[in-house]
Design a protein around this ligand. Structure first.
Ligand code: ADP
Length: 228
């Protein structure tokens, strides 16, 4: 479904952020991206979302070379991907319902569809009762559930989550992981960049390890490998 071939990304320094990464992600997979800070995890996620372009190499999505995407195809591509961020990125002035609805409004979806899909997404993340709350009235774990509802309301093919439990306590982090697992069980591909080695170990899913921009490990039922 997603294929990277010898992908290199150089920002403005001479050291590449990603250096010759080749990788294939199948539809329906659950995959962790691990590695120290600066290893290239966020860069890889941004490349798949097509927020940034590779300096060399090729990325294909569903068999199409992403470098050849025209503007319309790029929009279509981003619709198929749900993004989840460490800092949630919720709109403070909007309620829980409005935050999730906004993801569909910007796609030009009709109000009738929005009225139907938003409660369903909030139900899935266990926040139906809080639809009228503002983000400031929610815990970190709850805010991230809104972030996840906003990602899944588009019925994406892929969820890309960058340190989704980074600001959440361990108990709530585990519940978020269970939620990602349930989403994946429904057929959505899930890619999570994380430092949370205990969770990676417990989940027993595919683990890709990056080190200084290079892919150093790819295990089907991996652990974080916390040798130090
Ligand atoms: P990780 O997510 O694993 O912490 P990143 O992908 O954020 O790693 O960063 C990989 C490398 O690229 C780091 O050396 C980082 O400083 C550099 N980098 C990331 N984003 C930018 C940017 N926008 N401009 C310049 N350098 C960047």
């Amino acid at each position: 479904m997603i294929e990277l071939r010898q992908v290199k990304k150089v920002y403005n320094s001479s050291t590449p952020a990603l250096d010759g990464v080749s990788l294939e992600i199948e539809r329906g997979e659950f995959l962790f991206l691990v590695g120290h800070s600066g290893a290239g995890k966020s860069t890889l996620i941004k490349l798949i979302f097509s927020e940034i372009k590779p300096s060399s190499g090729q990325i294909s999505f569903m068999g199409s070379n992403m470098a050849a995407f025209k503007a319309g195809e790029l929009l279509k591509h981003r619709r198929r991907i749900g993004m989840v961020f460490q800092d949630y990125r919720l709109l403070k002035q909007k309620t829980v319902f409005e935050n999730v609805a906004f993801a569909l409004e910007v796609l030009g979806e009709p109000p009738k569809k929005i009225q139907k899909k938003v409660p369903a997404a909030l139900e899935k993340v266990g926040l139906a009762a809080k639809h009228n709350s503002f983000p400031s009235e929610l815990s970190g774990g709850e805010q991230q559930r809104v972030g996840i509802a906003r990602a899944i309301v588009k019925d994406p093919l892929v969820i890309l989550a960058d340190e989704p439990t980074g600001n959440v306590d361990p108990n709530n982090s585990w519940q978020l992981m269970e939620l990602f697992k349930a989403i994946n069980d429904g057929g959505t591909t899930v890619v999570i960049a994380t430092h949370a080695w205990d969770m990676v170990d417990r989940m027993q899913k595919r683990v890709i390890a990056l080190e200084k921009g290079r892919l150093v490990r790819d295990e089907l039922r991996g652990s974080y490998c916390h040798e130090n």
